[in-house]
Write a protein that binds this ligand. Structure first.
Ligand code: ATP
Length: 295
C-alpha cells in the first residue's frame, strides 16, 4: 500500500527524513512512531504529495507519488496536521462541500453518506451548529469523517486521537479497528505507545529522521521463553529449579521456561510460596527504547 525507497527530506541544514524505506502492506494497521520532531508529519506529507522529497522514491497504492496524485488521492482518506474546516459552516455542510468536489461522487445518496459518516465518528448528524463552536475532540472527529467519506482503501492519519479524552480515544480506536476488520489499511502516526500497542499490527519507529525499526508487532512482542516468579523463598526456589534459573534479584527469579503454570505447580508442590508468576513479556515501550538511543 505504501513503499518508499531512500526517501529523504531536508529543510536547509535540517534532515527531517533521512533515507527511509517504509513498507506498509495491505491489511496493516501500521503505527508510525517517533518523538516530537522525528519526521513523522514530514513523511506523511511527502506520501500525500504535500511536500516534495529532496531525494528517494515513494509509491502509494502501487503508483509513484507525487506524480500520480490525481489517481491516488481519491482512493485515500487522510487527516494530517490537524483537521481543517470552514468554521462558520456546520459539520455536515463542511462534509457536503468535500463530497461535492470529489471526482466520483454525484449528489446521489449524499445525505445518507454524510449521516452515516457523522454517525460513524460519533458526531450527531442533526447538529447544525457551526464548527467554530466545536470542541477540539469534535473537530478531530469531523476531520476523521472527512477522511472516511469516500470509503477509502487506505487511511493516512497524523495523530488521530490528538485532543480526545480517554473515552474519545477508545471510540476512535474501536472505529479504526472496525474499519480494519472491514478491509481498510490504516497508516497512523502517533507517540502514544499504549494506543499503538493495542491497535497496530505493524510498527515503524523514526528517530531523528531515520527509520530505526520496522516489524510486525507480534514478532516484536513474541513470548520470551521466560517465566518470572515472585517469591520470598528465592534461594529455596532457585535450588529446586536448578539450571533453568536465569537470574535472581530481590524476591524475583527469571526462569527459562515456556509454561508458567507448570513452574507454579512445581514450586507449590514443593511447598514454596509463590506470590506472583507469569510469562516475561516485552512491552512496546521496551522495544522502542531498545531500538532508539534513549534506550
Ligand atoms: P511532531 O510529533 O512534533 O508533529 P514530527 O515527528 O511530525 O513531530 P516533523 O514535523 O516532520 O516531525 O518535523 C521534523 C523536523 O523537520 C523538525 O526538526 C522540524 O523542525 C523540521 N521541519 C518540518 N517542517 C519544516 C519546514 N516547513 N521548514 C523547516 N523545517 C521543518
Amino acid at each position: 500500500m505504501i513503499r518508499t525507497h531512500a526517501l529523504t527530506k531536508r529543510f536547509g541544514s535540517v534532515t527531517a527524513v533521512d533515507n527511509i524505506d517504509l513498507d506498509v502492506r495491505e491489511g496493516d494497521v501500521y503505527g508510525f512512531l517517533g518523538a516530537n520532531g522525528s519526521g513523522k508529519t514530514t513523511t506523511l506529507r511527502m506520501l500525500l504529495g504535500l511536500v516534495l522529497a529532496t531525494s528517494g522514491d515513494a509509491e502509494v497504492l502501487g503508483h509513484p507519488m507525487p506524480a500520480s496524485a490525481a489517481t491516488v488521492l481519491p482512493e485515500i482518506g487522510a487527516l494530517v496536521e490537524g483537521p481543517g474546516a470552514y468554521p462558520y459552516l456546520s459539520g455536515r455542510t463542511n462534509l457536503a462541500t468535500i463530497d461535492a468536489v470529489g471526482p466520483s461522487h454525484s449528489g446521489d445518496g449524499r445525505k445518507r453518506r454524510i449521516d452515516d459518516t457523522l454517525d460513524q465518528v460519533g458526531l450527531d448528524p442533526s447538529d447544525h451548529r457551526p464548527v467554530r463552536t466545536y470542541s477540539l475532540g469534535m473537530r478531530q472527529r469531523l476531520g476523521l469523517a472527512a477522511a472516511l467519506l469516500r470509503r477509502p482503501r487506505l487511511l493516512v492519519l497524523d495523530e488521530p486521537t490528538n485532543g480526545l479524552d480517554p473515552q474519545g480515544i477508545r471510540e476512535i480506536r474501536e472505529l479504526l479497528l472496525a474499519l480494519h476488520a472491514g478491509g481498510t489499511t490504516v497508516f497512523l502516526s502517533s507517540h502514544l505507545l499504549a494506543e499503538v500497542e493495542q491497535m497496530c499490527t505493524r510498527i515503524g519507529v523514526l528517530e531523528r529522521g531515520r527509520l530505526v525499526l520496522q516489524d510486525e508487532l507480534a514478532t516484536l512482542l513474541a513470548p520470551t521463553g521466560r517465566v518470572v516468579v515472585n517469591t520470598q523463598q528465592t534461594e529455596w526456589a532457585a535450588e529446586l529449579l536448578g539450571r533453568r534459573v536465569e537470574s535472581i534479584s530481590d524476591g524475583r527469579i527469571v526462569v527459562i521456561a515456556d509454561d508458567a503454570s507448570a513452574v507454579n505447580t512445581e514450586l507449590v508442590d514443593a511447598g514454596i510460596p509463590v506470590s506472583q508468576i507469569g510469562p516475561l513479556r516485552h512491552d512496546l515501550e521496551d522495544v522502542v527504547l531498545h531500538a532508539t538511543e534513549d534506550g
